[in-house]
Write a protein that binds this ligand. Sequence first.
Ligand SMILES: Cc1cc2nc3c(=O)[nH]c(=O)nc-3n(C[C@H](O)[C@H](O)[C@H](O)COP(=O)(O)OP(=O)(O)OC[C@H]3O[C@@H](n4cnc5c(N)ncnc54)[C@H](O)[C@@H]3O)c2cc1C
Ligand code: FES
Length: 285
Amino acid sequence: MVKIVENVLLKENIYKLVVEAKDLVRNALPGQFVMLMTHEESERIPLTIHAYNKESGNLTLIYQVVGAGTLELSKEKETLFSLVGPLGNPSELIVNVDDLKEKNILFIAGGIGVASIYPQAKYLHERGINVSIIYGAKNKQFIILEEELRSVCQELILTTDDGSMGHKGVVTDCIKERKDIDICVAIGPMVMMKNVSNLTKEMGIKQIVSLNPIMVDGSGMCGACRVEVGGKVKFACVEGPEFDGHLVNFEAAMKRLELYKTIEGKKYLKELEGETHHGECANCE
Ligand SMILES: Cc1cc2nc3c(=O)[nH]c(=O)nc-3n(C[C@H](O)[C@H](O)[C@H](O)COP(=O)(O)OP(=O)(O)OC[C@H]3O[C@@H](n4cnc5c(N)ncnc54)[C@H](O)[C@@H]3O)c2cc1C
Ligand code: FES
């Protein structure tokens, strides 16, 4: 059992969850994620490591309630049945931080993707790297962590679809003028990462994206998180979640997310992909 320190509503349907996870936190780095189960029979939920405190051993996750699993999680205030991690690879930029001294890094956060952007921006900003952030949300009600973001970058640009806060429009509107950027990191909905990647390709800017396909076991066994990158099959949970945005087949990734919503879709994927859908994991029945 994992002790919950707090599990509180931040805004709208977005929650902050802090848990005691000393061993996990010891090895955690920005870009990695965890898999948690609220109760013994619950589905596993992958969530990005948002913040961690190596002294207290506390781990912070930010999540949006979008379905049954996250709704169940939002109601639990005492303990989690299980918490596994850190999973996936740390961010490429964190690993190669010494190569970034003269570079300008632009982070693009879409919606709840802001939870994943923050630890990476913080890590780089604390090491003297020039960081800018463009953060887009549906409207003012969904903007979270504004002060935290301001404290970890040189420049923060907010955009909302309805103009209720910051620039009215989408994040790509604000990238076009940025000729000074060396590396762009986009995290958020697939369609946003696709549009940003298309734009930075035209502009000749290196692009990193963090993919969020459906994940079941988070350990490379079930095949649920299969994505196509540079014409090759990759499993986001063990080979990602970060990839070169200019090489990701976003159309295929978005189609898979849609197919996973129905039993017929899952059956179709099993026929199509054979071995990686062996019928033995919770999602393949
Ligand atoms: C590596 C990784 C990191 C993630 N980090 C975060 C995070 O920090 N905060 C956060 O709020 N969410 C994050 N997600 C997404 C989160 O895992 C899903 O929203 C959650 O599993 C949905 O569970 P549910 O049972 O509530 O919804 P479900 O009933 O399973 O699904 C509800 C809706 O959400 C969609 N959905 C389900 N899983 C995903 C997914 N993996 N990606 C995109 N859409 C999905 C479904 O297609 C459906 O439309 C992450 C996903 C991955 C793969
Ligand atoms: S979630 Fe990646 S292989 Fe199962």
